[in-house]
Design a protein around this ligand. Structure first.
Ligand code: PEP
Length: 250
């Protein structure tokens, strides 16, 4: 039985300017007293280096995406190497918004995750079914296909993390029930053990989708929920810190 420390990752998406850096400092201060959980914030690239300074090593700072290449003619992109140099410790790859808006495929997500691991970053690989797939009873099948196609083989210095984010629960205020989450997370765990053997038991599986201070504790009590990827409720310390505290005390 592996002990997996809870990991809470805030995804600011395309939100936040210089004024929002005060929220990073406030979360860092709270994280000092929440040693039971690991805390990270992924701000827009424009704030990354300044956020690293404000986090003071108490909160890990990460990117919301990276390119599969290290450098070159890829206008508008940022590489895992660049993130690492700017002080990032993690990166989210394959978020459903990028899969939908940028047409990212499983194999592209896998290449990005490989580069992230090669540069010693935590690679948070997102998977999750749509509302239509859920209604059709195909959630588990969809997630297992995404895992097979998006997860890299072991390698590099970084840590692989999986985030299960049902698309219908993201930003909607609709959270999957603890029973739904338990079913999918245990299926994810089985597929990690099948593919990676014993080390699959060490990979953290986060839940994401309208997590807030009111539902965090019951989600963290579900077996194989090793933390959360939090969007809207990560934008202010007032909403994010109670989630961190729920994880630290779970
Ligand atoms: C997300 O974007 O990863 C997310 C889970 O968003 P929210 O918490 O707002 O549903």
């Amino acid at each position: 039985m592996h002990v997996r420390r809870k990991l809470i990752v805030g995804n600011w998406k395309m939100n936040g300017g210089i004024a929002a850096l005060g929220e990073v400092a406030a979360v860092a201060e709270a994280a000092r007293g929440a040693a039971g959980a690991e805390v990270a914030i992924c701000p827009p690239f424009t704030l990354l280096a300044a956020a690293v300074t404000r986090a003071g090593g108490l909160v890990a700072i990460g990117g919301q995406d990276c390119h599969w290449d290290d450098s070159g003619a890829h206008t508008g992109s940022v590489s895992a190497a660049m993130l690492r140099e700017a002080g990032a410790r993690l990166v989210i790859v394959g978020h459903s918004e990028r899969r939908a808006e940028q047409g990212e495929t499983d194999s592209l997500v896998r290449s990005k995750a490989e580069r992230a691991l090669a540069y010693g970053l935590q690679a948070i690989v997102c998977v999750g079914e749509s509302e239509a797939e859920r209604q059709a009873g195909r959630a588990a099948e969809r997630v297992s296909g995404q895992l097979a196609g998006s997860l890299p083989d072991p390698g590099g210095e970084g840590e692989l993390v999986v985030a299960y984010e049902p698309i219908w629960a993201i930003g909607t205020g609709r959270t999957a029930t603890p029973a739904d989450v338990a079913g999918i997370h245990s299926a994810i765990r089985r597929s990690l053990l099948d593919r990676f053997g014993d080390s699959g038991g060490r990979i953290r599986i986060l839940y994401g989708g309208s997590v807030n201070s009111g539902n965090a504790a019951e989600l963290f009590a579900v077996p194989d929920v090793d933390g959360a990827l939090v969007g809207g409720a990560s934008l202010t310390a007032a909403q994010f810190v109670p989630i961190v505290e729920a994880a630290a005390h779970s």
